[in-house]
Design a protein around this ligand. Structure first.
Ligand code: OAK
Length: 811
């Protein structure tokens, strides 16, 4: 379909008349939004059909990315960009007196994820479609995404995220493709033709109804699919003929209890969500997903033994690890294969990514609960476990009971999902070099020793289409003007910018773009927080989930130190700074919520203290999510990536910031190390213990935070302020922070890294004062960021793990 400005104008007007019965001058923004999305669908659907047809016709290997989370954000503008009509659309709308940005505002974020893991899945979807990987997402269509955060009196308060309040124009419900997922009941074993058969009976069925969203590749006419399942009660099961028997209320209650499976996303990030409903959700996803894959596979008319030649299933952390026993179940109970054949297929189909070494996030399920909810799946896991333990005994660990019990999938009445995921897959990867090394050396050492060839690294990446082209259009324009557009299909070509690192005219333009982005963000802050911030100040930004290991506290302590210094000495020399925070705390994570309260309390005090003369401003932006990140990141001068070394598996915010020209202030953790290697150490500011020092101190047990408290007057002052009446909060309210740092010996080494952090912050300030130097650093960061595009990451997965042949000119 050929599109031009006048055609788009005409089509919008016509669409409003024929589909919404309204003239353009009476149309609301919502009407325009629907009209626009509807127009785009014409284009998208044609290519969607063609892509699917081509996949089947050519029997191309398909990859299914199973994830409990997809943090897609908004789709309107990113689809316009990928189709290649954003500019003409924007102009067409302008001629109709409509501002595309205002229309975009209307769209609700699709926020079906918590943080890094969910956003990574979304970036992968964009990259798969764009670099030509036949790959699809498979997840749950939660009726409510991650909660909406409001700050009330300095506290986080959670509200439901009603993202489906208005109709979602991007999805198509495919009721006819629904599948049944079975819970509970019992398994009867019978013998038939000399074989055991497993009859699952007395179960409860739930209907998994797919909703498909097109995933549009960048200007390549490829459209993949994100399939999200919604739980519905089977109609005959809550039959309202029950009416007559007076069971009306019960019928509704039953319906609601079934539908609760896809009602809400668990709001925990790197914390364990060990609840019965969560287990139901996990099984619901894998069972529905694999049944639907089976159906597609059958269209190929290939022998089932070759399943893994045509299908790859990737599991995003252990949440979908029940894919292993579920695929076994389907192959054995429904396709009548024997154990060994089924196992060969399963273990060659599934691959697994680990996203954290934090032990709190390791999923374990109680055997009793599991057995009663998923009796057949439990039998299969038991069998996998038994065979695995026997193999260990017969091969490497004869007589070594301890080792075998450490590695077992079921032990101490619990099912260990990470062990199940590793045993049942052919590839296990970490998400940054250090993280993978730590998995091999520590967390999963036993498994690495046993299956060394399974382990590999795939450093994370981000979609440069969303995090540069969409979120920073002016920078994109400048890049295109300077080095052409090749970098869009091969982002490492951003390197060509390095030539201009010392060019004063280019530096000036980079600076102007940053200033404009800072002014835009200042306006948002004024509007949302009622705080005036100076775009001339350093924008120092710390946005991510609230977690002790991410050390928002370290940032706060540095601000308190600056504040105390300025109060004592009004001539204390600092370059004006705006400290911007954003992030949600898991509703049950008390400490994280107290840290939010501390930031807001400090903000109130500092922002309103006339002695400070606006040299410091603190802003906590509520409800941090994908869309807000798109406004914040392009405006950053400083990117705070200050996790306790070894704790952040990779981080992806760090990559988004560098791509937008911010300088990273970092510990040598996760992908910060890879960023340092990419930009060179003179273009990043690092501080704190490195991995070796951290592990030594940690293992020796010689760290004593009290000593630091006693010997560093800056820390003593700050900690006493938390305990005493310095902040006007309820008595003892912030003392849980004090207690965790002093009484519980500062698990995340905040005090330990404080001195080094203050020095690093001073270095940042000095660098910022040196304008040409700072601008040069900024350009080097942008120019070196291409390797962190998720196009590179997905390419590595596709060729290295999924064994796909990509017919792609760029890679
Ligand atoms: C969430 C729940 C359980 C386990 C891990 C997570 C998670 O979000 N992990 C994060 O994954 C990101 C993508 O790989 C990484 O960049 C983050 O470092 C990691 O914390």
């Amino acid at each position: 379909m050929r599109l031009n400005k006048d055609r788009i104008k005409r089509d919008i007007i016509k669409e409003l008349q024929t589909e919404r019965a309204i003239n353009i001058d009476e149309a609301s923004k919502l009407d325009i939004y629907y009209a626009l999305s509807s127009l785009m669908k014409n284009y998208i659907y044609e290519n969607w059909l063609k892509t699917n047809r081509q996949y089947i016709r050519n029997s191309e290997k398909q990859v299914y990315y199973f994830s409990m989370e997809f943090l897609m954000g908004k789709l309107l503008v990113s689809n316009l960009i990928n189709i290649g009509i954003k500019d003409i659309c924007q102009e067409a709308l302008k001629e109709l007196n409509i501002d595309l940005n205002e229309i975009e505002e209307i769209e609700k974020d699709q926020g079906l994820g918590n943080g890094g893991l969910g956003r990574l899945a979304a970036c992968f979807m964009d990259s798969m479609a764009s670099i030509g990987v036949p790959g699809h997402g498979c997840g749950i269509r939660y009726s409510y995404g991650l909660f909406e955060q409001k700050i009330v009196d300095g506290y986080q308060v959670e509200f439901p995220d009603k993202w489906l309040q208005n109709e979602n124009p991007w999805e198509i419900k495919r009721k006819e493709k629904s599948v049944k997922v079975k819970f509970g009941g019992n398994v009867r074993v019978i013998e038939e033709d000399g074989r055991l058969k497993f009859i699952h009976e007395n179960y409860e069925s739930v209907l998994a109804v797919p909703y498909d969203t097109p995933l549009v590749g960048y200007k390549n006419k490829r459209v993949n699919t994100l399939r999200l399942f919604s739980a519905e009660a089977m109609e005959q099961d809550f039959d309202f003929s029950n009416f007559s028997r007076g069971k009306y209320i019960e019928a509704f209650e039953y319906k609601h209890s079934i539908e609760s499976i896809s009602q809400v996303l668990y709001p925990d990030d790197a914390l364990e969500a060990g609840r019965n409903l969560r287990l139901k959700q996990e099984y619901f996803l894998v069972s529905a997903g694999i049944q639907s894959i089976m159906r597609t596979f059958k269209k190929l008319k290939k022998p089932i033994e070759d399943f893994h030649e045509y299908i790859a299933i990737h599991i995003n952390d252990t949440h979908p690890a029940l894919a292993v026993p579920e695929l076994m179940r389907i192959l054995m109970d429904e396709e009548n294969l024997g154990w060994d054949e089924a196992w060969n297929i399963t273990a060659n189909t599934i691959s697994y990514t680990n996203h954290t070494i934090m032990s709190e996030a390791l999923e374990k399920w109680d055997v009793e609960m599991f057995k009663s909810l998923l009796p057949r799946i439990y039998m299969i896991i038991s069998e996998i476990n038994e065979r695995f333990c026997r193999e260990l005994w017969n091969t490497k660990y004869y007589g070594d009971f301890d080792k075998i019990s450490q590695m077992a999938i079921i032990a101490h009445n619990q099912i260990r999902m990470a062990h199940l995921a590793i045993v049942g897959s052919y590839s296990v990867n970490g998400v940054a070099k250090l993280h993978t090394e730590l998995l091999k050396k520590q967390e999963l050492k036993d498994f690495y020793d046993y299956y060394p060839y399974r382990f590999n690294n795939k450093t994370n990446g981000i979609s440069h289409r969303r995090w540069l082209i969409k979120s920073n259009p002016k920078l994109t324009e400048l890049i295109n003007e300077t080095i052409g557009r090749d970098w869009i299909n091969l982002p490492t070509k951003l390197r060509k910018l390095l030539k201009y690192r010392n060019d004063p005219a280019f530096q000036e333009r980079i600076y102007q773009i940053k200033q404009n982005n800072k002014i835009k963000l200042s306006n948002i802050i004024r509007e949302k927080n009622g705080i005036d911030v100076d775009p001339g100040s350093i924008f120092d930004i710390h946005v991510k989930r609230l977690h002790e290991y991410k050390r928002q506290l370290l940032n706060v302590f540095h601000i308190m130190y600056l504040y105390n210094s300025l109060r004592e000495n009004p001539h204390f020399d600092i370059y004006p700074r705006t400290f911007i925070f954003g992030g949600k705390a898991a509703p049950s994570y008390n400490m994280a919520k107290q840290i939010i309260k501390l930031i807001n309390t400090l903000a109130d005090k500092v922002n309103n203290d006339s002695r400070i003369k606006d040299k410091i401003k603190i802003v906590f932006m509520e409800n941090y999510g994908v869309s807000l990140a798109e406004d914040i990141i392009p405006a950053a001068n400083v990117s705070q990536q200050i996790s306790t070394t070894t704790k952040e598996a990779s981080g992806t915010g760090n990559m988004k910031f560098m791509m937008n020209g911010a300088i990273t202030l970092a510990t040598l953790d996760g992908a910060n190390i890879d960023i340092k290697n990419a930009v060179g150490e003179e273009n990043i500011v690092v501080f704190g213990l490195n991995e070796k020092e951290f592990l030594e101190l940690y293992r020796s047990g010689s760290y004593n935070s009290m000593e630091l408290y006693n010997n560093d007057i800056r820390l003593k002052t700050i900690l006493n302020q938390l305990k005493g009446g310095f902040f006007s909060v309820k008595k003892d309210e912030l003392s849980i922070i004090y207690d965790s740092l002093i009484k519980h010996n500062d698990e995340f080494f905040v005090l330990k890294d404080f001195d080094s952090y203050v020095k690093a912050q001073k270095k940042i300030e000095n660098l910022y004062r040196n304008k040409p130097k700072w601008r040069e650093m900024s350009i080097v960061n942008i120019g070196s960021s291409g390797v962190f595009s998720s196009d590179r990451t997905v390419y590595e997965y596709a060729t290295g793990i999924w064994k796909m042949n990509l017919h792609n000119g760029y890679y």
